[in-house]
Ligand binder design. Structure first.
Ligand SMILES: Cc1ncc(COP(=O)(O)O)c(C=O)c1O
Length: 384
């Protein structure tokens, strides 16, 4: 960044990881130094300590730390024995990892549509997807709702559809650790919840990481085996086919420090989202959060009439303001996923959103003058 550029021309980061580093000061460096001193890089004491803190934070009985959000999802499907002939319902408007893990298990992802206001799995389309699976001769085994952009999906309605078809629910909260649905934190809602600690996530580490939450003692024990190659009584006793799926001790040490400021960061994100909503509701469709829920605002995503997104992104870019589009192509339009079945009735909302959404800079350290500059620039561009 050019220190001498005028304030209104300075480049704004989309997510400012460095600002958080400045706040945490030496705490993270010291935590890493402690691991370098004790040398237990794999399954060191910080991993257990983090698991206890994460479980307490969200109210789940067990937290199982693992190597990424993708592996968190995959380990649960493996533990549930999901495989060929099984269908797993996924929203089409998500990051590819949600469906990737299903295909990796040899099962069939069946794409369902999302709701236009929340961007999250539409329970009615989920129901249609389960019937589509049955018509194709597949057994609907599970559904993976995604809490997209940090906002919880409609978990009660999805649980009802899942129960009607005997499906398990694996919540993909990769973007939403810390979010609240009807007064309860994600992690304590579904039979299993997966999250990601990718650096850009609301609670991110300094590399790859993830965790699984569950109240099921048997599932937690199996997940702990599967993340270390299906280890039995000891390292060289193998009782299941597993993965190298552990979280590094260094990442656990970093997360323990970051978790201390996380509640405060969630409040800051909420304040920033409220400012965006107040400043932009007249010119764009802004996200809405249900009364008893709370988003952790992994992204702040607005909707515009088709055709307006490209010019807005270009106008903002010219002023040093980055934007991103999550997701320009829903899963069923991706080359790797186009062969998988979609719910009866199609995916019209996912297709429309792919043309309408644009995300603005969002992180807990977005200063008011910088946010004012972004809001003013968006308003100017959309008025023009
Ligand atoms: C919805 C969703 N699911 C799963 C993942 C996978 O997480 P990871 O990158 O930690 O593997 C991501 C990551 O971006 C995600 O956004």
């Amino acid at each position: 960044m050019n220190q001498h550029a005028r304030f209104e021309d300075r480049a704004i980061p989309f997510i400012d990881v460095a600002a958080q580093r400045r706040r945490l000061g030496r705490a993270v460096d010291d935590a890493v130094a402690r691991v370098l001193a004790h040398c237990q890089f794999i399954q060191g004491p910080e991993v257990r300590a983090l698991e206890a803190e994460l479980a307490a934070f969200c109210g789940a009985r067990h937290a199982v730390a693992c190597s990424s959000g993708t592996d968190a999802l995959r380990l649960v499907l493996m533990a549930w024995g999901i495989g060929p002939g099984d269908a797993v319902i996924c929203p089409a408007f998500t990051f590819c990892a949600t469906a990737e893990v299903v295909a990796l298990c040899g099962a069939t992802p069946v794409m369902a549509d999302v709701e236009p206001e929340t961007f999250n799995l539409d329970p009615a389309s989920c129901e249609r997807a389960a019937r589509t699976a049955l018509e194709l001769g597949l057994k609907p085994r599970a559904v993976i709702p995604v809490d997209l952009f940090g906002l919880p999906a409609d978990h009660d309605a999805i649980a009802a559809v899942a129960a009607a078809h005997g499906m398990l629910v694996l919540d993909d909260a990769a973007q939403a650790f810390g979010a609240v649905y009807k007064g309860r934190k994600l992690g304590a809602l579904a039979p299993a919840t997966a999250t990601s600690f990718f650096p850009a996530k609301p609670l991110g580490c300094y590399g790859d990481g993830g965790a699984i939450f569950t109240d099921d003692d048997g599932l937690a024990a199996l997940l702990r085996r599967l993340r270390v190659h299906g280890e039995g009584a000891d390292k060289y006793d193998t009782v299941a086919i597993g993965l190298t799926g552990r979280l590094d001790t260094i990442q656990a040490a970093i997360l323990l420090e970051k978790l201390k400021v996380f509640p405060d960061e969630i409040l800051a994100r909420d304040r920033i989202a409220a400012c965006y909503a107040a400043g932009l509701a007249e010119v764009a469709k802004v996200p809405r959060v249900a009364a008893e829920s709370r988003s952790v605002w992994a992204q702040y995503t607005i909707r515009l009439a088709p055709g307006r997104r490209g010019p807005l992104a270009a106008a903002l870019k010219a002023q040093g303001i980055p934007t991103a589009v999550y997701y320009a192509k829903p899963l069923h339009r991706q080359a790797a996923y186009a062969r998988f079945p979609v719910a009866a009735g199609g995916l019209p909302v996912s297709e429309r959103l792919a043309d309408e959404v644009i995300s603005l800079p969002m992180h807990a350290y977005l200063e008011p003058p910088v946010q004012d500059r972004i809001i003013a620039a968006v308003r100017r561009a959309l008025a023009g």
